[in-house]
Design a protein around this ligand. Structure first.
Ligand SMILES: Cc1cc2nc3c(=O)[nH]c(=O)nc-3n(C[C@H](O)[C@H](O)[C@H](O)COP(=O)(O)O)c2cc1C
Length: 324
């Protein structure tokens, strides 16, 4: 037996709830242009772990969000730091100064910053999309790993491994705590992931559709309207990203069909397209990052309700997995 989890009167007890000091092993994903202090503090106050998405924030904006989050919750919360963005050293300095207890790093080498963060008493989690990189994380000394499958919204791995195949493989490959991500929006999906060896879940797309998410209302409504087949993993020549197939995507697809060079793709993508779509609400020219699971997201509701519904369904499923 590698690890064990059990239901308790107040939630769940396992390595993930112990590591973060939370009630439920449910993590709200760090998301550019969606997860600021409002969403992170709402999820943490509801018993999960809220993450501020630093990827879309200048250093002074990140500091402001951290301070507001501290004022809005006395519960643990964290910061998600995609290592591919500029100003990483400034972000790290602010995280240390502000005494953020937990950092989820992604899109980079876990060796680069884990040591420094851990020297400062910070719990470090790194996001991967393969068992090979999960092992590298373990070797780099991270406290836990998020394994994110092909279904997930946002940037993703080139291997295109689905969450269903990824989680058992990563489970076999590492001993440290494992969090599943990609395609999880219900308690039943959470149960499935935990049955495959995950000890917690990281949920992105579902939390975009909450009033607390900072994304534009038009984007949230587009996510609710999205159906099967409406998202695609694209821009693989640059950094693969799953997004809604809007007019911007059609131009990307046409360019790919015409064998556009990497430079031409970079020019087509331009700058600030994610902000334009998800934050400013340009549904035709913006980059609209969201997961396949958007096909079963049908409403916008408070983050605390989302979390409570997922938890209740998980607990009911755990009692009787075969009743529908
Ligand atoms: C709008 C959006 C923005 C995202 N931004 C980030 C990010 O800044 N950093 C990161 O590590 N992952 C990011 N992701 C991925 C999420 O952290 C998470 O792993 C993913 O959403 C899980 O899959 P799901 O969308 O199916 O729940 C983003 C996802 C979405 C939907």
């Amino acid at each position: 037996m590698l690890f064990e989890g059990k239901m308790t009167d107040s939630g769940f007890d396992n390595r993930i709830t112990q590591l973060f000091g939370i009630q439920y092993p449910i993590i709200q994903a760090g998301m550019i242009w969606a997860s600021g202090w409002r969403l992170a503090s709402a999820v943490s106050n509801a018993g999960g772990l809220g993450l501020i998405g630093a990827g879309s924030m200048y250093p002074d904006v990140l500091r402001e969000h951290i301070q507001k989050c501290k004022a809005a919750t006395s519960k643990p919360f964290g910061v998600n730091l995609p290592l591919l963005y500029p100003d990483i050293d400034k972000h790290i300095a602010i995280i240390i100064e502000e005494k953020v207890p937990i950092v989820f790093t992604s899109a980079g080498n876990p060796k680069t910053w884990t040591g420094k963060l851990k020297e400062n008493g910070i719990t470090v989690v790194h996001v991967v999309s393969s068992a090979k990189f999960a092992k590298k994380c373990q070797d780099a000394g991270v406290d836990a790993v998020v394994a994110e499958g092909f279904e997930a919204g946002g940037h993703n791995g080139r291997e295109e491994t689905t969450t269903l195949c990824l989680i058992p493989h990563v489970r076999q490959s590492i001993n440290i705590p494992l969090i599943a991500a990609g395609g999880i929006a219900t308690g039943r999906a959470m149960y499935a992931m935990m049955a495959l060896g995950a000890e917690g879940v990281q949920i992105g797309s579902r939390f975009v559709c909450s009033p607390e998410a900072s994304s534009h209302q038009a984007f949230k409504e587009a996510v609710v309207a999205a159906n099967e087949g409406d998202t695609v993993l694209t821009l693989k020549e640059l950094t693969p990203v799953r997004l809604i197939k809007n007019e911007f995507y059609q131009r990307v697809a046409a360019a790919e069909e015409n064998c556009a060079t990497k430079e031409q793709m970079e020019e087509l993508l331009g700058r600030a397209r994610a902000k334009k779509g998800m934050f400013e609400g340009d549904m035709t020219e913006g980059e609209l990052e969201i997961g396949q699971v958007s096909s079963i997201i049908n409403d916008i509701k408070p983050a605390a309700n989302i979390l409570a519904e997922i938890w209740t369904e998980f607990a009911e499923t755990a009692k009787n997995p075969f009743r529908f």
